[in-house]
Every structure is written in structure tokens, then in C-alpha cells.
Design a protein around this ligand. Structure first.
Ligand code: 8ID
Ligand code: ZN
Length: 349
């Protein structure tokens, strides 16, 4: 039976602190499901939300989190997509209008009225989370809910970003921030798509993880005297990477990427460092025919496809687990750049 109260991590104001406390369990509306969250990944976006890093306000008394995997325990009368007991994922896009030009064209991530889990509506750092049934992700029974949780944001986002990059099998992709949460999954999706991977990040733990996941080269930005030259030197023929996925939470790599991408290559911006700007030489961008673009999560179909890669055993990224109570400590490690891969929270029973 569904309790009246549940445990949650609540940001009572922007900047924190987080308060671990009991709050009411919400009731699903006609087109919504209520998911009993078993595991939730911790994305750097959740830290940006807590810190108020972006020019978009969050709801007040925010419950963060948007990589939630669990079990459907209640649903509204219009919901046909899910039955009680089904496994479901709550992702960043919690719901969209489904009626605007973008939604009609399956570009729902850019719907101007999108509801964002753990940002404009309460997310997955609690025991019971509401999602619009049309946007919740089906998770086939039998998949481990802890390991699949990071696929719901990190996985979908990098899978979409790789598609947007236009890189083809056999080509080389540079993944900046490849040692983090999105990065660890990006290496796996890139390999599964037949790409060759170079990672730019720092520290021996991240280097070992990236190499074990299949990266052919690792450029340590904290040791390298010239990141641009080192990345180029690691690419076949020294020509530069065919594409770059920018996952770092820092501005500088966004500027370096346009220099180590090869002529005709694409730079795909995904990381969202506070107040950062893209800056590239116009001359070099023009005469080398560089393509610079942004990529933002993925559609409902991208999400299903990303889960399907996982279901077929192609995505095995390392993660560490910790109880929901320990979220503040995880944010501290994240702020210091000390997490190789992803942390996944165990939500209490
Ligand atoms: O849809 C989207 N576009 C989307 C979806 C999900 C997340 C965007 N994001 C954004 C997050 O909000 C965040 O800004 O992607 C960024 C990365 O999220 P994450 O993977 O969850 O963060 P992390 O685990 O902290 O990893 C970041 C990595 O960047 C490295 C760090 O060492 C870390 O491994 N890094 C930094 I900070 N500076 C770097 C540099 N100069 C760097 N790597 C290379 N060069
Ligand atoms: Zn995320």
C-alpha cells in the first residue's frame, strides 16, 4: 500500500542546504503515473539546480533528481502505457505539451512548456515520483534497476549527442569530460556504435576507468602542456577528431574543441557550465568547415533506444551506490571533480 508520507531530499532554498525529511506522497493526475523509485542516479545537472547556476529558475522546495528507476504503483484513469507493477524510468523531460510544433515533430526536448524532473517539478530524490505517462520510459522486467538508472539521463543524452555528431563507424570521437558520469556512458555508446574514442579528463582513477571501458587514448588536461596538440597527436594521421562530445563542466574545453576537431568535423556541446560562452575563430571555423552545435537530452524514442542498448548488454559503465541520505556528500565529491563514473542512490524501501 502507498503511504501518506515519504523520505525525500529537499532543497528548501537555492544554494541549499539539503534537508532530508518526510514529505507527503503526491497523487497522480489523469495522465500521470506514480513511480516508487528504487534507484536514482546523481547527475551534475542536479548540482547546477541546487546552486542556481542557470538562467532558468527552479521550483521552490525542490526535490531534485531525474535518473529514477522504479515500479509503477498508481496511475490516472487516462493512462494506457503502463500497468501497475510495470518498471518505469523518470527522466529529465517529465512531460511536454504534445501539441506545439516541436512536439508534433518529435522534437519534444525543445517544447517551450516542458516540465523538467528535479527542476520545475519534483524529481527522483524521494520514494515516490510523478511522471506524465507519455514521457515515462518503459524498462523491461529483468533489467537491474541500479545499473539502468544512469541510462535515463546520462545514457540518453550521450546517445543522442553521438547521433547528432554525425560520426560514423570507424571514425574517431574525442570525449571531453569522458571520466565523469555522462562520459563513462558515452565511451560505451561510442564503442557500441563502432567509433574510436579519445578521452580528455584528469586523474589516474579516471584514466584507468576510461581505458578499461575502451578509450584508445587519454589526455590528462591537468598534466598536458598543450591539450590541442596532444589530442590531435592521438588521432589517426594527426588530423584531429572527426567529432567532439563536450561533457565537461568548464568553459575552456569548449574553446579548445574547435581547434582539435578535424576539418569538416562536428563539435557537440552538451555540458552546461555556469555562465559559459562558446568562442571560436571565425576564420578557422569557416576555412575548415567546422560544425558547432548543441544537443539536449533526447526524445522518447531516443530514450527507449538507449535503454535497448543497455538491455542488449552493450552498456556496462561502472557506478557506485550510496543511500539517499548521503546525497550532500556526493555533491561535495562532484564539485571537486572526484567522481569517476556515476553515483546511484539507493532509495529506502
Ligand atoms: O542534455 C544535456 N545537454 C545534458 C544532460 C545531462 C547533463 C547536459 N548535462 C550536463 C550537466 O549539467 C553537466 O554540466 O553535462 C555536464 C556533465 O554532467 P556529468 O557527466 O553528470 O558531470 P560529472 O560527472 O561531474 O563529469 C564532468 C567531468 O568533466 C571533467 C571532470 O573531471 C569530470 O570528469 N572536466 C572538467 I570539471 N574540466 C575539464 C576540462 N577542462 C574536464 N574534462 C576535460 N577538460
Ligand atoms: Zn542529467
Amino acid at each position: 500500500s502507498i503511504p501518506e508520507l515519504q523520505w525525500a531530499q529537499v532543497a528548501e532554498k537555492t544554494g541549499g542546504p539539503l534537508v532530508y525529511k518526510q514529505i507527503p506522497v503526491p497523487k497522480p493526475g489523469p495522465d500521470e503515473v506514480l513511480v516508487n523509485i528504487k534507484y536514482s542516479g546523481v547527475c551534475h545537472t542536479d548540482l547546477h539546480a541546487l546552486k542556481g547556476d542557470w538562467p532558468l529558475p527552479t521550483k521552490s522546495h525542490l526535490v531534485g533528481g531525474h535518473e529514477g528507476a522504479g515500479v509503477v504503483v498508481a496511475k490516472g484513469e487516462l493512462v494506457k502505457e503502463f500497468e501497475i507493477g510495470d518498471h518505469a524510468g523518470i527522466k529529465w523531460i517529465n512531460g511536454t505539451c504534445l501539441a506545439c510544433e516541436f512536439c508534433k515533430n518529435a522534437d519534444e526536448s525543445v517544447c517551450p512548456d516542458a516540465l523538467l524532473s528535479g527542476y520545475t517539478v519534483d524529481g527522483t530524490f524521494q520514494q515516490y515520483t510523478i511522471g506524465k505517462a507519455a514521457h515515462a520510459t518503459k524498462i523491461p522486467k529483468g533489467l537491474a534497476l541500479d545499473a539502468v538508472a544512469p541510462v535515463l539521463c546520462a545514457g540518453v543524452t550521450v546517445y543522442k549527442g553521438l547521433k547528432e555528431s554525425g560520426a560514423r563507424p570507424g571514425q574517431t570521437i574525442a570525449i571531453t569530460g569522458g571520466g565523469g558520469g555522462l562520459g563513462s556512458l558515452a565511451i560505451q555508446y561510442a564503442k557500441a556504435m563502432g567509433l574510436r574514442v579519445i578521452v580528455i579528463d584528469s586523474g589516474d582513477e579516471k584514466k584507468m576507468m576510461c581505458e578499461s571501458l575502451g578509450a584508445e587514448a587519454f589526455v590528462d588536461f591537468s598534466k598536458s602542456k598543450d591539450v590541442v596538440q596532444d589530442v590531435k597527436a592521438a588521432t589517426p594521421g594527426g588530423l584531429g577528431a572527426h567529432a567532439v562530445l563536450l561533457l565537461a563542466v568548464a568553459e575552456k574545453p569548449f574553446q579548445q574543441a574547435t581547434e582539435y576537431v578535424r576539418p569538416r568535423g562536428s563539435v557537440v556541446a552538451i555540458g552546461l557550465p555556469a555562465g559559459a560562452f562558446l568562442r571560436a575563430s571565425v576564420f578557422s571555423t569557416v576555412v575548415r568547415m567546422i560544425n558547432i552545435k548543441g544537443s539536449y537530452v533526447g526524445t522518447r524514442l531516443d530514450s527507449e533506444e538507449a535503454v535497448d542498448f543497455f538491455a542488449r548488454g552493450l552498456i556496462k559503465a561502472p557506478f557506485k551506490t550510496a543511500p539517499l541520505k548521503e546525497l550532500p556528500q556526493i555533491f561535495e565529491l562532484m564539485e571537486q571533480g572526484k567522481i569517476a563514473g556515476r553515483y546511484v542512490l539507493e532509495i529506502p524501501e
